[in-house]
Design a protein around this ligand. Structure first.
Ligand SMILES: NC(=O)c1ccc[n+]([C@@H]2O[C@H](COP(=O)([O-])OP(=O)(O)OC[C@H]3O[C@@H](n4cnc5c(N)ncnc54)[C@H](O)[C@@H]3O)[C@@H](O)[C@H]2O)c1
Ligand SMILES: O=c1ccn([C@@H]2O[C@H](COP(=O)(O)OP(=O)(O)O[C@H]3O[C@H](CO)[C@@H](O)[C@H](O)[C@H]3O)[C@@H](O)[C@H]2O)c(=O)[nH]1
Length: 329
């Protein structure tokens, strides 16, 4: 089977491709390398350098590849930047999805689409753990753009028979067990890489806020290893392939267990064997105090349960990647 992977040179997309190729699937990545890295691509993965917003290119690639499933990882994903430059986010994350849906509607209306969504569609959750159908009140243009994209896919499924699944990830983390690929965002905002980089001589760590309504005052998040995300995507595609036209559903991917920012720092200290220096800063605007998912729907609907997301494995694989590639790719 052949998978077309939009955004395949990015962090999560590149780990998905490694897993899919290791499981025997053929992969073709399309990426404009605005954030991704050519070196992140598996050596057996075919690559088209191009833009999601280029409808003619998408149609041509779909005809040439004739994929059995399409995976859409490409987006801009910095919450803060989305507040200061929403136009950039709505264009790439909403118009990009519409362009892809148009290309698929014309060239491969039966082919399943698996879409990267986020727990940021909820904003500040009304209750925990968060369930798929809980109320959604996103508080950033990034979260809103992803919620709009979910609606677009659902509407195209209802009206034109597209088959789609939105997978809402909680906090993606970790690296490939080989340490050949890992998290290498050009502007790194995520906690785990920032803690690790601070131990390797990078920028000093600032923990954003210690006065949240959580057990130790720091934010709580649900961390899921990129290998688990990759496995869930393959399960989603295998299920979607067998579904009738017009099928659409949403699943959340996390472990169901929350860890505070301080617990992450303490675990990294234990693994590296020395103290991590940090200071407390102001809370980051738009950070909800606690986010963790209910896992029942993914367990029942996808047969998915995280297996590679112990904090110890996440941190060990992430450290191995950063030690092997201190300057990224
Ligand atoms: N990292 C997380 O914790 C997290 C959590 C929830 C959801 N997500 C979502 O998962 C997806 C992947 O996230 P990531 O962390 O791997 O991000 P990433 O930036 O590393 O990967 C995105 C890739 O898409 C490419 N891209 C962006 N716009 C494009 C365009 N117009 N045309 C072609 N390629 C384009 C980039 O070059 C990059 O390679 C995103 O949709 C993100 O919103 C990420
Ligand atoms: O240097 C840092 C970096 C992060 N944090 C805190 O660590 C926690 C986790 O932050 P981060 O790793 O940036 O992830 P989130 O902000 O939780 O991730 C959100 O942002 C992603 C976009 O990058 C979305 O896709 C996810 O769905 C959404 O949960 C938050 O409390 C941050 O304030 C720090 O204290 N210091």
């Amino acid at each position: 089977m052949k998978f077309l992977v939009i955004g395949g040179a990015g962090y999560i997309g590149s780990h998905f491709i490694y897993e899919a190729i290791e499981q025997g699937y053929q992969c073709i990545a399309l990426d404009n390398l605005s954030e991704g890295h050519r070196q992140a691509l598996h050596p057996d993965c075919d690559f088209v350098e191009g833009d999601l917003l280029d409808l003619q290119l998408l149609k041509k690639v779909i005809v040439d590849v004739n994929p059995d499933a399409v995976f859409h990882f490409a987006a801009y994903a910095l919450v803060g930047e989305s507040v200061s430059d929403p136009s950039k986010y709505y264009r790439n994350n909403v118009e990009g999805v519409r362009t892809l849906l148009e290309a698929m509607r014309e060239q491969c209306p039966q082919t399943p689409l698996v879409f990267s969504s986020t727990c940021a569609v909820f904003g500040v959750p009304e209750s925990l753990p968060m369930k798929e159908n809980d109320p959604k009140k996103p508080i950033s243009p990034y979260g809103r753009s992803k919620l709009m994209a979910e609606y677009l896919i659902e509407d195209y499924a209802n009206a034109y028979g597209i088959k789609g699944m939105a997978l809402r990830y909680f906090n993606a983390c970790g690296a490939h067990e080989s340490a050949r690929i890992g998290e290498a965002h050009r502007c790194e905002t995520h906690l785990i890489p920032n803690v690790i980089k601070s131990t390797l001589g990078g920028k000093p760590l600032v923990i954003f806020g210690d006065v949240f309504d959580t057990p130790d005052g720091t934010c709580v998040r649900d961390y899921i290893h990129v290998k688990d995300l990759a496995i869930a995507h393959i399960k989603a595609a295998e299920i979607l392939i067998k579904k009738p036209k017009g099928f659409y559903d949403v699943y959340q991917l996390g472990t169901g267990q929350g860890y505070s920012n301080l617990e992450i720092v303490k675990t990294i200290e234990k693994v590296v064997g020395r103290p991590v220096e940090f200071s407390y800063g102001d809370p980051r605007p738009g950070d909800p105090p606690a986010l963790y998912t209910a896992v029942e729907k993914a367990r029942e609907g996808l047969g998915f349960e995280a297996q590679y997301s112990s904090l110890d494995y996440i941190i060990r694989t992430a450290i191995a990647w950063h030690e092997a590639h201190p300057d990224g790719f």
